[in-house]
Design a protein around this ligand. Sequence first.
Ligand SMILES: [Zn+2]
Length: 71
Amino acid sequence: MRKLPDYAANVPFYLLVSIQCRGACRARRWAKLVAAPPGVPVRTGLPHPGYVAHCLQCGYVATDNEAWVSP
Ligand SMILES: [Zn+2]
């Protein structure tokens, strides 16, 4: 298993995604999935429209699910 940074360590593994943060970070960051399309299990079908994730560093709300990567 990949070593996660401290800021992501207390988030359930199945909710983590790596995103391109366009908020304050302007870098790749771990984010927490907070919404998934109805009827689509959180970990199935990435990338998929309808996902929402919050950057764990700056709180940026990502909805584009562009190049999201599961741990
Ligand atoms: Zn961020």
